[in-house]
Design a protein around this ligand. Structure first.
Ligand code: MN
Length: 655
């Protein structure tokens, strides 16, 4: 990406190119004031300091903001870094601009910052910033433009500082931009932070993107033309553009959804911008008939805007070559709001004249500020709640609160615990400790007794109640959200089942051994039998017996004992017909398994037969032409469980 490069003599002309309607008297005054104030100061890059406020101003101009905000952008570092004071700015530029500049200026309580008091300084600075934003949201826009230019020039900082600033950008500034819908800035901030925090992954992605860029671009070109023509036929004047995904979102998607970079890159993104809401739905209809929409991929954010006022229709389709294309359909105004969020508010004069008749369903730009009311409300509430908290807990809860998918609850000891939205008491218990989870019987939420399945919300104070006798229930799997906890519960039950099988197997083995007067006493003796079945430890041997993967008959056979009379009432499987003389069937490479004959086709010696290995119940023999639908289904779904069997010799079967 090529950034704006600042040149002193033509700076104001550059601004004029972006927006000729600005108050240039004011801009000029601001510019010369900043020049005078920062005279002789240099950036780390060696450039004049003035380049920085000028670039910040340029970023704000690109957001189409008015001259007051732009001027405040030019002056934003004057209070922090020069000899001028607030009263000087107030005198020269008036209350409004002075307030904006003061709003973005840090507190100077701690002139000698050290690592030790950094949290205090940070907390105070964020607190002040949030208060200023809640009074005038333009403070946020200036702060974001400031941060963006600093991120663009981060190369000139020390490694340690680069990482710290990038982290802060990802934790605080990008989420703030997101809350107010300023996607344009959010994405660039995220990509730059990503580059410095995860350089390896970043460069891997950059390389991957460049490899197939041409192929992708020519495909995007083709499909753009195709869509455009189809819409034009229906008299819709659309702007159709390919949409490049930003690196950080690809990275995030690949880690959270476990998708490879390549797969995400293969998904082509197209955006259709049309004049009216009506055209949005018309275009949707055309796309749906001309392409094959993917099931459940349609999302209507026009009817139901996202919490940051984003509006669009989303749809994934596949083309004739079965390539997947992500399509977004929106009006121009929705597009501005999607990219610039609350900053689009100041475009309103331009937009107002566009088409007042077709506003149905759109968020009205003039009311954007009140549309972001909820976000401002959130900031005010947050500040009030955190009034008395110390620096560290203020910082933690600020970071956590900025992410909309996360809730933050507290322990009675005032520790903050971060959970995914929709988390329950039980998720919280497992987050503290697996044992706490296993013995959880409920919780006190804000002092009120609640059951384990209760959903938590940000701000709840949660005290988990446990009982040493309590045990996990399989029911828990239905409502717990944490996949880690789910895994732990599942392995708990696997362990229990294994234990049961082992106990049952042991009991069966001991009972039968007594009955047949087998003199198997020592562990070594048992182990030597187990080894004959290729089992190397006694517990597994018992479990195999308990699970009926192994029959006592086969043990007896191995010990050359007479097995007559075994399939009597003592047999532990009433529906199973055990073969008294196994050798009549040869089962591929497997000896000594439990065999039974299927009731559906009742195979007789001489019939062509196949075996089906059941889970834990040996092998079931069917006729090869058995037409039982259940069996046919199994045969189709799990062909790997079908084995070849044959009658070994003509022996009569009992059943
Ligand atoms: Mn600055």
């Amino acid at each position: 990406m090529k950034y704006f490069s600042f040149e002193q003599n033509c700076f104001l002309d550059e601004l004029r190119k972006i927006n000729s309607n600005l108050d240039f008297e004011l801009m000029k005054k601001g510019y010369y004031f900043a020049q005078k104030a920062h005279l002789g100061q240099k950036r780390n890059s060696g450039e004049d300091y003035l380049t920085h406020p000028a670039c910040v101003c340029h970023i704000l101009a690109k957001l189409n903001l008015e001259a007051e905000t732009l001027t405040a952008g030019l002056l934003h570092d004057v209070l922090e870094d020069t000899a001028y004071e607030l009263k000087d700015i107030r005198k020269e530029f008036g209350e409004e601009i002075a307030d904006l500049v003061n709003g973005v200026t840090k507190f100077n309580y701690y002139p000698y910052a050290s690592k030790k008091n950094r949290p205090q300084i940070q907390a105070e600075n964020y607190r002040k910033l949030l208060i200023s934003i809640s009074k005038d949201v333009r403070v946020l826009l200036i702060k974001l433009a400031d941060r963006l230019h600093n991120m663009r020039t981060l190369d000139y900082m020390s490694e340690e500082k680069r990482k710290r600033i990038a982290r802060e950008t990802l934790d605080i500034y990008a989420p703030l931009a997101n809350r107010f819908g300023i996607a344009k800035i959010q994405w660039e901030l995220e990509d730059l932070a990503f580059k410095y925090l995860y350089p390896q992954q970043y460069h891997q992605l950059v390389k991957l993107v460049s490899i197939r860029r041409e192929e992708r671009e020519s495909y995007i070109n083709d499909i753009n033309k195709e869509i455009k023509i189809k819409l034009k036929k229906n008299r819709i004047e659309a702007q159709v553009i390919g949409r490049s995904k930003h690196f950080y979102s690809i990275y995030k998607k690949s880690t959270t959804k476990k998708i490879r970079f390549e797969e995400i890159l293969d998904l082509i993104g197209i955006r259709i911008i049309v004049p009216t809401v009506e055209d949005c739905y018309k275009s949707l209809g055309i796309i749906q008939t001309e392409f094959t929409p993917l099931k459940n991929s349609l999302k209507d954010y026009i009817l139901q805007p996202k919490s940051n006022n984003y509006q669009s229709i989303h749809l994934v389709v596949s083309d004739i070559q079965n390539r997947k294309v992500e399509i977004q359909i929106r009006t121009k105004q929705m597009h501005y709001i999607a990219e610039e969020g609350i900053a689009a508010h100041w475009r309103y004069k331009e937009l107002y004249h566009q088409d007042q008749m077709n506003r149905k369903g759109e968020i009205i730009v003039e009311n954007l500020q009140s549309a972001y009311h909820e976000q401002l409300q959130w900031i005010r509430k947050f500040l009030k709640k955190q009034q008395d908290s110390d620096a560290n807990s203020f910082l933690d809860s600020l970071k956590l609160n900025l992410f909309p998918d996360i809730i933050v609850v507290r322990t009675p000891q005032n520790d903050y615990i971060e959970l995914r939205k929709e988390s329950t008491c039980l998720d919280f218990a497992f987050k503290i400790h697996t044992e706490v989870g296993f013995h959880c019987i409920g919780a006190l939420i804000n002092g009120v007794h609640k059951p384990v399945r209760t959903k938590l919300k940000t701000g709840d104070i949660v005290q988990i109640l446990t009982s040493p006798q309590a045990k996990p229930s399989k029911d828990w799997l239905k409502f717990i959200t944490s996949s880690k906890a789910k895994q732990k519960i599942r392995s708990y039950f696997r362990e229990i089942e294994w234990q049961d099988a082992t106990n049952m197997g042991k009991e069966l083995f001991q009972k039968r051994s007594r009955k047949y007067h087998l003199r198997i006493k020592t562990e070594d003796e048992i182990l030597s039998i187990a080894r004959k079945f290729k089992i190397n430890d006694i517990r597994t041997f018992y479990a195999a017996l308990g699970n009926k993967d192994l029959t006592f008959d086969s043990i007896l056979r191995i010990l050359n004992k007479d097995t007559v009379g075994l399939s009597d009432q003592e047999s532990d499987a009433e529906t199973i017909v055990e073969l008294k003389d196994l050798p009549q069937i040869t089962i591929e490479d497997i000896d000594q398994v439990l065999v039974r004959f299927a009731k559906c086709c009742n195979p007789k010696p001489g019939d062509e037969i196949v075996g089906y290995t059941t889970r834990g119940r040996g092998v079931t023999i069917h006729r090869k032409n058995c037409s039982n639908p259940g069996f046919l289904h199994l045969r189709q779904c799990e062909p790997e469980r079908i084995i070849r069997v044959a009658w070994k010799k003509e022996v009569k079967k009992d059943d």
